[in-house]
Write a protein of this length. Structure first.
Length: 367
């Protein structure tokens, strides 16, 4: 949003941005307050609102029973700060104290330039859940402010996936959510039965395989996630998926942290990290894996180009060393099938075969 030259310009642009947000657009980012005589946000919103509502007698009329001071619906309103509650399905997980202090300082220097979006808390009349803007909310509390500028949206707080989706879209548009936070929330939604990887992918317009891989973050204990978040550039989801094998093997938190520190110190790529993980395998696991229960070779003519194997430890392994014998269409089809299978395994369906048949039918139909 460009710099405003006066209060009227600021309010006009604000109204336009607010309408976009109500229609599902990205969050408002108001970089500068209007120039000219200094006014508080309270004065600015209420001046514009009362000018559009009629006579001075009407403007002196008592407020409705709602304790918030209502302004123009498109501009939002000011409500008591203690009427706001956090929600467990807010999209952001990691929110540092330094970031909260930074936002508080910005508000103190100017004013709250971006409204907090909220939805009603059905369990507490007159109270609201924060959909987007929890860092602003915490910053206002740090400043001991009594009121917050809010914009109300119609979102069901009892629907975890619907609430998360609304929070994700607005929060990510304001400041990108880290892959770690995404993976944690997606994994929890799936683990608690609120959504499948496919449903999350559909809501967020992502590939199901992306969601399936990123939920690997959910496997790690909090201390390891904090370490990864502080070195986020070294732990993309491709690396997290490799390191998650250590959790699956039952490696201790201390030892996994040591491996994570090695990743940071060594600056290795993913291939080297895979080698580090393999080094951590126990002798028992190596012996178990060597003994294949089923070994079916895949051949191109008389030449073996791959294999399918099952092992005593329950592992399944499919390898294809070259796709040269496949047409481009068949190569894509095989890749799509394995993507579907990967997504289903991550979702943990009760009837894998039935779900697989349905997904493959949809794939064949071009869905």
């Amino acid at each position: 949003m460009g710099k405003s030259t006066n209060d009227a310009d600021f309010v006009a642009q604000l109204r336009n941005q607010s309408n976009l947000r109500r229609d599902g657009g990205p969050g408002m980012i108001l970089h500068t307050p209007p120039t000219g005589a200094s006014k508080s946000l309270d004065e600015l919103i209420n001046t514009d609102s009362t000018e559009s509502r009629g006579s001075s007698d009407e403007r002196r009329a008592p407020a409705p029973q709602d304790e918030s001071r209502v302004a123009d619906g498109a501009l939002g309103r000011l409500i008591p700060i203690d009427h706001l509650d956090t929600h467990p399905w807010n999209a952001r997980v990691h929110r540092s104290a330094e970031r909260v202090r930074e936002i508080a300082s910005q508000i103190a220097a100017t004013r709250q330039l971006v409204p907090i979006t909220i939805t009603r808390n059905p369990q507490k009349p007159g109270h609201f859940f924060v959909v987007d803007g929890e860092t602003r909310f915490r910053g206002l509390k740090l400043l001991n402010r009594r009121e917050a500028w809010v914009l109300e949206l119609d979102i069901d707080p009892n629907d975890p996936l619907a609430f998360y989706t609304a929070s994700f879209r607005q929060t990510d548009a304001t400041e990108a959510i880290s892959p770690i936070d995404k993976g944690i929330k997606w994994g929890t939604l799936i683990e608690e039965g609120h959504a499948t990887a496919a449903a999350i992918a559909e809501q967020l317009e992502l590939a199901p395989s992306t969601v399936s891989r990123m939920v690997a973050y959910k496997k790690f204990p909090a201390a390891i996630l904090d370490f990864m978040h502080s070195h986020a550039d070294r732990f993309p989801y491709s690396v997290a998926a490799v390191l998650a094998q250590l959790v699956d093997r039952g490696m201790s938190e201390e030892d996994i942290l040591a491996k994570c520190q090695e990743v940071v110190d060594s600056q290795h790529g993913r291939r080297a990290i895979e080698a580090i993980v393999k080094e951590g395998r126990s002798d028992t696991e190596r012996k178990q894996r060597k003994s294949a229960l089923v070994a079916i070779p895949i051949k191109a003519g008389t030449t073996q180009v791959g294999s399918f194997r099952t092992y005593e430890n329950g592992a399944l392994e499919f390898k294809l060393s070259t796709a040269a014998t496949l047409s481009s269409d068949n190569y894509k089809a095989l890749s799509d099938v394995f993507e579907v299978v990967s997504g289903l395994i991550s979702e943990g369906p009760d009837d894998l075969l039935t779900q697989l048949e349905e997904r493959l039918a949809k794939l064949r139909a071009g869905g």
